[in-house]
Design a protein around this ligand. Structure first.
Ligand SMILES: [Zn+2]
Length: 408
């Protein structure tokens, strides 16, 4: 066996070793250290599934914090309209590396990358190259879904980096385009992800009549989701991702997490953008806990929210059968968390993770059984160096944004 993670505590509170071989979780139980080539001492640490970011525009990593007061129209005009076209393939490569490094540092082992940056096949090459280096698991949702040849190339990917479609959808783009693109996703066995508001005037019923709803479709935000539409989405198995921090900061409206849950659905969580939100999933988890308790009462268990940032996000990203839980047969995407040594034998570990931990508590991270963060430091990725190397890009991409904001 390749690897044994020894002496850690699972979220259930049970002490257990995790045996890994060929990047896969082989068994969870008690094993002698001699069973594996490498042993990671997890004594005093919590062993949890890696976090799964269900919606992130990774290319924006160098633009962190530029839009504290941005509204959605500001964002569309400046970040998508002006900053994005300034990205060369080399920029997309560096930005994706930085975003992946920030994600891994925060314990995010899978990213559903809503990659507006894949504007040309050369940009797609650059993004895929970045993920080959970064070591994070990525579902790269192609941002130019009418480039069918390039989309088909993503559909052929197997392993740690796979493909999806990022489409404008039925609220932000022409109906016929959305139909064609959703049908292409279904044909290729990919997830098509689109932003959506929902609400009484939403096209969800029409989409249902056209046979477009199903597990191959993922809807993001849905802040105006109605109870009836929530039921429809649950019945059709449509994936839902909420990004509550950005939604509240930019005024999209209340998170649809609880309304979707009322209908029996399980929404996943995303970070979305870092122009005005942090690059980790701890804050979206806490935000969701607070709004869900306001909706359901304060006895709702905090630890239950952890599923939203792991297996529920994984399901909506189309990778729930391979990651999202610490289960034999799944890929070894795992995080070891510190800060809770005093609670290990007696406490509600999942609840403590959701309510009190942050990126600084992410001690060790594995993706596909490979250590990508060890003892609090990234392995093979220089986060500070990547930040420095994207400063010029950030200034160049940011300049038209500041000009536009000043001109208002
Ligand atoms: Zn988005």
């Amino acid at each position: 066996m390749d690897l044994l993670i020894k002496g850690g505590h699972l979220l259930s509170g049970d002490r257990a070793d995790v045996l890994v071989d060929g990047g896969e979780i082989i068994a969870v139980g008690a094993f002698p250290a001699t069973d594996a080539a490498e042993v990671i001492d997890a004594d005093g640490l919590v062993v949890a599934p890696g976090l799964v970011d269900g919606h992130r525009h990774v290319w924006q990593a160098p633009l962190r914090g530029i839009g504290a007061d941005m509204t959605l129209p500001d964002y569309l005009v400046t970040v998508l309209g002006r900053a994005l076209p300034a990205y060369s393939p080399h920029d997309a490569h560096l930005a994706t590396l930085l975003g992946a490094a920030e994600a891994l540092d925060a314990g995010i082992t899978t990213i559903f990358d809503w990659s507006n940056a894949t504007r040309t096949p050369e940009h797609t090459d650059a993004v895929l190259d970045a993920y080959a280096t970064a070591g994070v698991r990525a579902v790269v949702a192609h941002g130019n879904p009418d480039d069918e040849r390039d989309v088909r190339r993503l559909a052929g990917l197997r392993g740690r980096v796979t493909g999806a479609l990022a489409i404008l959808g039925t609220e932000y783009g022409p109906w016929d385009d959305a139909v064609r693109q959703i049908e292409l996703a279904r044909e290729l066995g990919l997830v098509a992800s689109m932003h959506a508001g929902g609400g009484p005037a939403s096209p969800l019923r029409r989409m249902d009549e056209a046979g477009l709803l199903g597990p191959h479709l993922q809807l993001v935000h849905l802040n105006a989701l109605t109870g009836e539409d929530a039921k429809l989405l649950v019945d059709r198995g449509v994936g839902v991702i909420v990004t509550p921090v950005v939604e509240a900061t930019m005024g999209h409206g209340a998170s649809s997490f609880s309304r979707f849950a009322d209908a029996g659905g399980r929404a996943g969580l995303g970070t979305d953008v870092v122009v005005n939100a942090p690059p980790d999933l701890f804050e979206p988890m806490r935000d969701t806990l607070r709004s869900h308790r306001a909706h359901n009462g304060t006895t709702h268990p905090a630890g239950a929210i952890l599923a939203a940032a792991t297996i529920d996000s994984a399901n909506a990203a189309g990778v729930g059968d391979i990651v999202g839980t610490v289960t034999p047969g799944k890929r070894a995407d795992l995080i070891l968390l510190g800060g809770l040594t005093h609670l290990l034998d007696t406490g509600d570990l999942a609840g403590a993770v959701v309510t009190t931990l942050g990126p600084a508590d992410v001690h060790t991270v594995l993706v596909d059984g490979r250590v990508v963060k060890r003892d609090g430091r990234l392995v093979g990725l220089d986060l500070a160096g990547l930040r420095r190397s994207t400063v010029e890009l950030a200034r160049r991409a940011h300049e038209p944004v500041t000009q536009a904001v000043r001109a208002r």
